[in-house]
Write a protein that binds this ligand. Structure first.
Ligand code: CA
Ligand code: CA
Ligand code: CA
Length: 285
């Protein structure tokens, strides 16, 4: 009798767990070393930052939020790897690799407190940074004076890193922590040496296309498409002359490279009533 009661109880527990487990699965588990509200880690997508030759560089901020108020729970070390992918292979998305502490990738700073941390940008696979890539970031607080022994990170929102990705076309960048081989391991360390994991919130950031800046075929960028552009293109392609601001100005057949074929399009258009240059990228006026 006792045995059958035990079996029934076991059965009931199994059923309960079976029913409850999908519910549990929907809620992330909070690390026991993360007190109070769950600390979070996420990417903030910002508008395109600045234009360079034929590309734009987009700034993604890696942001950490914590409610740590006890000094022993302050964050002093972090190391994290991300899987970055791009929805459009033609965009040639590439994370910019720069190990300088004050470089554009990672400025080694919490918000408003410059250079409090020793920046550490660990690398990327592949090394070129071309997406898809696994990219590793991290920083260790500089404990020892007279260096900038700044404060550890406590309650508030902090920018851990500026992640710069260069793109050449419209795309959506996905930044995730899943399915990544992690040589160093993802690690966040508190001031008392306890390791824990804040909740990662998956991000995808749409990189919008440029506004139209030039007419296709306006290689010298003076607003007109004429013989001067043809000369400009020939000088650029054949004689190492100056490049257009955006490659698309001279990419008249819109195949993403500037070759003599584009000169042929220009000649046909200007002198033989051929098709006008194709619009692409920022050359869509
Ligand atoms: Ca917390
Ligand atoms: Ca022109
Ligand atoms: Ca072309």
């Amino acid at each position: 009798m006792r045995k059958s009661k035990a079996i029934i109880r076991e059965f009931a527990v199994s059923i309960f767990l079976l029913l409850a487990s999908p519910c549990f699965a929907q809620f992330p588990v909070q690390d026991t070393a993360d007190h109070g509200v769950m600390d979070t880690l996420y990417i903030s997508c910002t508008a395109p930052d600045f234009f360079e030759k034929d590309s734009i560089t987009v700034n993604f901020d890696l942001i950490f939020w914590t409610d740590a108020t006890f000094r022993h729970e302050y964050l002093v070390v972090w190391s994290y790897s991300f899987l970055m992918t791009s929805s459009n292979s033609v965009a040639f998305a590439r994370v910019i690799l720069d190990e300088r502490a004050d470089g554009p990738v990672y400025k080694g700073t919490a918000v408003g407190i410059p250079n409090d941390w020793q920046a550490r940008f660990n690398g990327a696979v592949p090394q070129s940074g071309v997406l898809p890539a696994s990219v590793f970031y991290g920083a260790v607080q500089d404990f020892f004076p007279p260096q900038n022994a700044g404060p550890s990170l406590f309650i508030g929102t902090h920018i851990l890193a500026h992640i710069l990705i260069k793109v050449k076309d419209t795309t959506t960048i996905f930044i995730d922590t899943q399915s990544v081989a992690i040589p160093e391991g993802n690690a966040f360390f508190r001031n008392d040496g306890v390791q824990y994991s804040p909740l990662w919130i998956r991000s995808s950031c749409a990189v919008s296309s440029l506004t139209c800046l030039y007419k296709p075929g306006d290689a010298n960028g003076d607003g007109k498409v004429d013989l001067a552009d043809l000369i400009f293109m020939v000088n650029y392609i054949m004689k190492g002359g100056p490049a257009p601001t955006f490659e698309c100005q001279a990419d008249l057949n819109a195949d993403k490279i500037v070759t003599l074929l584009d000169v042929v399009v220009a000649v046909n258009y200007l002198f033989k009533g051929g098709n006008p240059p194709l619009k692409s990228w920022a050359c869509c006026l």
